[in-house]
Design a protein around this ligand. Sequence first.
Ligand code: NAP
Length: 322
Amino acid sequence: MKRKIVAYKPLPDDVLAYLQQHADVVQADAAQHDAFVAALKDADGAIGASVKITPAMLDGAAKLKALSTISVGYDNFDVADLTKRGIVLAHTPDVLTESTADTVFSLILASARRVVELADWVKAGEWKASIGPALFGVDVQGKTLGIVGLGRIGGAVARRAALGFDMKVQYTNRSANAEAEQRYGARRVELDELLATSDFVCLQVPLTPETRHLIGANELRKMKKSAILINASRGQTVDENALTEALQAGTIHGAGLDVFDQEPVDPHSPLLKMKNVVALPHIGSATHETRHAMARCAAENLVGALDGTLEINIVNREVLSQ
Ligand code: NAP
C-alpha cells in the first residue's frame, strides 16, 4: 500500500509532484483543526510549517513515522514527546541562513537610518525642504554589534557586519564559535557585557524554555540608551511588554522586529504606533528562491526519513537508535 503524507502548508508544484512519486499526498488546512488531526491518524508522515503540533494531536496516529517542518526552528513541536513516540523530526537548516541574515541586516539598516519612517514621510508629501537633524539617523558602519546566539544565521550576520560594515562583533553562546572568532574577530562575552556595550543587540537564539523572555525588563535596562534591539529569532525570546515599556520610556533607542509574541501581531499593539520600531511580518526567509529551497529540502527530508535513509537535518537523532 502506498504511504500517506499530510501536507499542511501549500507546496510548490514541483515539490508536490516529487512527494507524489513517493506517497499519496493529502493536503490539509491546519486551521480546520479536527479534520487536520483526523488526517494525521492514518498518515505515515506530515510536512508543513507555522502550526503548533501538540502531543494530543498525535494520539492515535499510530503509523506516523516522520514529521518534516519547513523551517529551521522547531519550537512548534514537543521534541521529547516525538522521540518517545519514535517519530523523526526533520528541519531545514542552512538553506535559509543567508536570506534570513539579509532580513536581519535590513532591520539593522532600516532601524538605524529610519528608512521605513522616512520613506512613509516622503510618500505622505511631507518632504518640502532639505532635511535637518530631526530626521537624521545613526551610523551602522563601525559600530558594535552584539549577537545573542551566534550559530548559522548569527554567523552570516557577523560576516556582513565585520566584512561589509567594519563593525565590531561580540556574541553570547553556551559554547564558543571558533570560526566566527577567527574569521570575523567575534568576541565571546557574558550577556551583561554584550548588553551594556553593543550599539545593536541582535537575537538569533532558538526559542526554548531557556531562551523564553531571555530579554526582559532587567536586560533592556542594561542596554545603552542609544542601542537598537533587533529580533528575528522568535517573538517570545523577548518580553514584549517590557520592550514596549522600554521604548516608551526611551531607555533604548529603537527596535527592528521580524517576529512577535503573537503572530500575526495585534494591529492595536502599541509597538506598531512607534516611529522608532520597524515591524515586519516574519519574513526572515521569505524570498521565492529560499522558500522554494526550504520546501524542497523538507520534502526530501520527509521521503528520506520514511525510507530510513535520512542522515542530515534530523532534530531528534536519538529516535534512530531506539
Ligand atoms: P543555530 O545554528 O542552531 O544557532 C543558534 C545559536 O544560538 C547557536 O549558536 C547556539 O549556540 C545559540 N544558543 C542556543 N541556545 C542558547 C541559549 N540557551 N543561550 C544562548 N545561546 C544559545 O540556528 P540558526 O539556524 O542560526 O537559527 C536560529 C533561530 O533563528 C531558529 O531557531 C529560528 O527560531 C530563528 N529563525 C527565524 C527566522 C525568521 O523568519 N525570522 C528564520 C530562520 C530562523 P550554543 O548551542 O553554543 O549555545
